[in-house]
Write a protein that binds this ligand. Structure first.
Ligand SMILES: Nc1ncnc2c1ncn2[C@@H]1O[C@H](COP(=O)(O)OP(=O)(O)OP(=O)(O)O)[C@@H](O)[C@H]1O
Ligand SMILES: [Mg+2]
Length: 398
């Protein structure tokens, strides 16, 4: 069970304890070692189970609970402690932190906040940067029609081909998104429904509200009505991502080309950002512009991988070397051109892996999926030197 986070919880209150258990049991890569209803027994349980994380609800007796936190923090420094309480005054939080808690969660616990805390504790507890939450891969584009949806859909299908992964595809092209057409699906619920009901959803309900494609990919489509787009708040969208991260190993997001507030929220939450371009001047100009514009969002630029789609389209394409020189960044991946195959897939609503398993384009997307699953963004980050900007036409020899 590599990558699994082992957790023990202590909460004398049965209602809140059961609630927390329900969340944890539904999460990917979480193993609930023990749940304990008595503060006085928990040290012994920690000594036996040596969990990665101990979650302690202090509300039943905060004096006793704080002593427990202190004891576990001293005796088992490898166990990260998360304290839960309905009291949110600064004094209480400070006491918990001084006693040795790494995180403080407000009760009733919200699933997205729980995921965030577990993720932070997991990544600092043993220095192994182990993360239990799903990875977000955003597919952005340098121009309309560059191939975002084709690549996002087929990448999600390629990721889902391995049974140890669970994948959800989110269509964030809120006005004109067509991921549902690519998969020939008519889902019952959309991103709007999930966002509006986020505080009432648990992981089981969430899964039920998503439609599963035969490839294994779950789809969360864009809202039906264009006027509903503005009803999705940033806050709710982030909570939707938090909930999905708890439930899936991979989230693939097909971004819009408007770089809206929700697109930016998705970019900030992503582990990898694929910036799709074609080898023509308008696209490459936009790549440079986007790389520069996105610099204001902390941590976003380092996660961007420039991916050339439709490589080898025709002889008028700009060469890869010239493109790299222009954008001052390495090209991370090249997806070959194959219009007949990909348009047939699109028109029939059947992914490449089902319809054209042996095509070079399918192999390329599958290999990209493996590369993204296996590497951390820091390792494949291309060096971006800030050289003098060049004329757009200079590299074309004009
Ligand atoms: N690698 C490829 N080879 C050949 N044709 C491709 C390739 N990738 C995408 N296409 C074609 O490009 C067109 C646009 O693709 P797609 O809808 O995926 O782009 P998009 O960026 O999502 O578009 P939009 O901006 O409208 O959302 C489609 O006709 C698709 O079949
Ligand atoms: Mg699209």
């Amino acid at each position: 069970m590599s990558g699994t986070l082992r957790i023990s919880i202590c909460d004398p209150n049965e209602t809140t304890r059961e609630n927390l258990k329900k969340y944890l049991i539904g999460m990917e890569q979480i193993w609930l070692e023990a749940d304990c209803s008595r503060y006085e027994f928990f040290t012994e349980i920690v000594s036996q189970t040596t969990p990665d994380v101990a979650i302690i609800d202090i509300d039943s007796n905060d004096e006793k609970a704080m002593q427990l936190v202190e004891k576990i923090a001293k005796t088992y420094p490898d166990t990260g402690i998360i304290v839960v309480s309905c009291r949110t005054d600064g004094q209480m939080i400070l006491r918990a932190m001084r006693a040795g808690a790494r995180e403080f969660l407000t009760s009733p616990v919200q699933i997205d906040e729980l995921v965030g805390s577990l993720d932070r504790v997991a990544s600092t507890s043993d220095g192994k940067q182990r993360s239990n939450a799903g990875s977000i891969i955003s597919v952005a584009g340098a121009s309309g029609g560059v191939g975002n949806t084709s690549i996002a859909v087929n990448l999600a299908v390629a990721l889902a081909a391995r049974p140890d992964r669970s994948v959800v595809l989110i269509d964030l092209d809120l006005a004109l998104g067509d991921a549902d057409v690519f998969l020939d699906m008519i889902p019952d619920y959309t991103l709007l429904d999930v966002a509006q009901n986020i505080s009432r959803l648990d992981l089981a309900l969430l899964r039920k509200s998503l439609t599963k494609h035969e490839s294994g990919v779950y789809l969360l489509p864009r809202p039906v009505q264009i006027e509903d787009i503005s009803s999705i708040s940033n806050e709710d969208f982030k909570r939707v991502l938090g909930l999905l991260k708890a439930s899936f190993t991979h989230l693939v997001i097909d971004l819009s080309k408007s770089y809206s507030r929700l697109d930016i929220a998705a970019l900030e939450a992503s582990k990898h950002i694929l910036l799709l371009t074609q080898l023509d001047l308008p696209c490459l100009r936009n790549v440079v512009r986007l790389l520069s514009s996105l610099e204001v969002y902390e941590g976003v630029n380092e996660k961007i991988h420039v991916v050339v789609n439709r490589a080898g389209l025709d002889k008028t394409q700009i060469s890869s070397a010239k493109a790299e020189e222009t954008i001052d960044r390495e090209i991370f991946w090249r997806i070959p051109n194959n219009y007949p195959v990909i348009s047939e897939c699109r028109n029939n609503g059947v992914p490449l892996l089902q319809n054209a398993k042996n095509a070079a384009i399918t192999h390329s997307i599958c290999e990209l999926a493996e590369k993204l699953s296996g590497e951390s963004p820091a390792e494949d980050e291309a060096a971006v030197d800030k050289k003098d900007k060049k004329s757009w036409l200079k590299f074309l020899g004009k």
